[in-house]
Design a protein around this ligand. Structure first.
Ligand SMILES: Cc1cc2nc3c(=O)[nH]c(=O)nc-3n(C[C@H](O)[C@H](O)[C@H](O)COP(=O)(O)O)c2cc1C
Length: 180
């Protein structure tokens, strides 16, 4: 099984991207996670799309199509998802079939505040429903006060790590079940 990891943050020291790196270490044998960076995606423009997808868009869509499931690490900006992530989803919602249609997703997130990106994660659920992405029916991973749990680019909090690992296993089981 090959999962795709997507972070809604472009920041080098992103807490959310760190969650994806932590996931790579927590996955069981036989399951891998490839992180796809959104740095090169242009802003969505239907005029550009009409002339043909730019290479970064094609690479993004191909990565989604090749994956067995997607792990979204979702930062919160102003009580919503980041523009970076919304833009990426908008590109991947286009085409017939669109790459996101029928894909299976898991949402996690981190923020230094007390809600651990809960509002953004809820918004992402709603947006993915519109794109016909199947968000796995799982609990939530809300890494609140992330600066106390992620230090020097490492997820250091043992309880969070154990909970996250169990959540990833549950997601993998859902991917297997939905693809059976
Ligand atoms: C424009 C902006 C708006 C933000 N709004 C929120 C917010 O509504 N809720 C929250 O918990 N954190 C908010 N934050 C703080 C982010 O959670 C924090 O910058 C976090 O580190 C971003 O994720 P990253 O570490 O993956 O880059 C905001 C940050 C920025 C730059």
């Amino acid at each position: 099984m090959n999962l795709l990891g997507v972070s809604g943050s472009l920041r080098a020291a992103s807490f959310n991207t760190t969650l994806l790196h932590a996931a790579q270490d927590l996955l069981p044998d036989g399951v891998s996670l490839t992180i796809h960076r959104l740095h090169d995606l242009p802003l969505f423009n239907a005029d550009v799309e009409a002339e043909g997808d730019p290479p970064a868009v094609t690479a993004w869509k191909d990565a989604i199509r090749a994956a067995d499931g997607i792990l979204f690490a979702c930062p919160e900006y102003n009580a919503g998802i980041t523009g970076v992530l919304k833009n990426a989803i908008d590109w991947a919602s286009r085409g017939s079939p669109a790459p996101l249609t029928g894909q299976i997703a898991c949402i996690v997130g981190a923020s230094p505040g007390m809600t651990g990106s809960a509002r953004a994660q809820d918004q992402l659920r709603l947006i993915l429903r519109r794109t016909l992405t199947r968000v796995a029916p799982l609990g939530e991973v809300l890494v609140f006060q992330a600066h106390t749990k992620i230090v020097d680019g490492q997820l250091t909090d043992e309880k969070t790590t154990a909970y996250f690992g169990a959540h990833l296993n549950a997601f993998i089981n859902e991917v297997r079940r939905l693809r059976a």
